[in-house]
Design a protein around this ligand. Structure first.
Ligand code: C5P
Length: 224
C-alpha cells in the first residue's frame, strides 16, 4: 500500500460541465470533459481520503473508491454539494454554466411553419464555489477553486480568489491554442494568499497528484 497522506480526510470534488435544460430534450452545455476533476477524485481516494465526487454529465469512467453523485444542472449540483457537507476540503473543478434558460419548457418546443424562431432568455445560476466559501456554518477549512482564463491568467485568478472567498485557485489558460479544455494535459498556476506557484505542463493525473501533495502539506502545517 502506498502512503496515505489524506487518510480519513473528507474531500468533496465537483467535476464536469452542467447541462441546463431548454426543454425536456434540449440543453445548453460546455466543453468540459471532467478529466481533471475525476483525476483529482481518484488521486484523493488513493491518498486515503473519503471522497464525494459530484459530477455533471461526462464520458469518463467513474473513479474507484469514491462516492459519486451524478447531477445535470447547476442548481442540482449546488444541492448535492450542500448535502455532502461537512467536509475538510472542497475542490470545485466543475465548469458550471453561468446561466440557465429562464422558464425552460415542460414540453418539447415544436417547430411550426410560419412561426417566429424561439428566443431564449437566460438567468444567472448560483455560484457554487462562492456560495460554499462564504458560508458561516460548515465552511470547509480549505476551499479550492479553478479559474479558466483566456487572458491575464494570474491577475484574474487573484481577483477571483478574493471575490469568491476561496483559499486557493488553480488557474489555467484555456485559450483554444492550449488544447487544455477537453485535452489530457494542463498548465497550472497555483494562486494562494502566500503567492503564485507556476507548475510545469503535465498530465491531468500529475496535476491531481501535485494538488493532493499540496493539500496534505497544508493540512500537516496547520496541525503543527
Ligand atoms: O467564475 P468562474 O466560472 O471563472 O470561476 C471558476 C470557479 O468557480 C471554478 O472553481 C468553478 O467550479 C466555480 N464555479 C462554481 N459555480 C459557478 C461558476 C463557477 O462553483 N456557477
Amino acid at each position: 500500500e502506498a502512503a496515505q497522506p489524506l487518510k480519513g480526510v473528507r474531500v468533496l470534488i465537483t467535476s464536469g460541465p452542467t447541462h441546463e435544460p431548454i426543454d425536456p430534450v434540449r440543453y445548453i452545455a460546455n466543453r468540459s470533459s471532467g478529466k481533471q476533476g475525476h483525476a483529482i477524485a481518484a488521486a484523493a481516494a488513493r491518498a486515503g481520503a473519503e471522497v464525494t465526487l459530484v459530477s455533471g454529465p461526462v464520458n469518463v469512467l467513474d473513479p474507484t473508491g469514491v462516492k459519486i453523485v451524478k447531477v445535470e444542472s447547476a442548481r442540482d449540483m449546488l444541492a448535492a454539494v450542500e448535502q455532502a457537507l461537512p467536509v475538510d476540503v472542497a475542490i470545485f473543478a466543475a465548469a458550471v454554466a453561468d446561466w440557465r434558460v429562464a422558464n425552460a419548457g415542460e414540453q418539447k418546443i415544436k417547430k411550426k411553419a410560419g412561426q417566429s424562431t424561439p428566443e431564449l432568455a437566460l438567468v444567472e445560476n448560483p455560484d457554487i464555489l462562492s456560495t460554499i466559501a462564504h458560508r458561516t456554518q460548515q465552511r470547509p477549512p480549505l476551499v479550492i477553486g479553478f479559474a479558466a482564463e483566456t487572458e491575464n491568467v494570474v491577475a484574474n485568478a487573484k481577483d477571483k480568489l478574493a471575490r469568491k472567498g476561496c483559499d486557493w485557485i488553480l488557474a489555467n489558460d484555456v485559450s483554444p491554442a492550449t488544447g487544455i479544455m477537453g485535452g489530457d494535459r494542463n498548465t497550472i498556476q497555483l494562486v494562494t494568499g502566500a503567492g503564485v506557484e507556476a507548475w510545469p505542463t503535465q498530465s491531468k493525473e500529475e496535476v491531481a497528484a501535485m494538488l493532493i501533495d499540496r493539500i496534505a502539506a497544508a493540512r500537516n502545517g496547520a496541525k503543527k
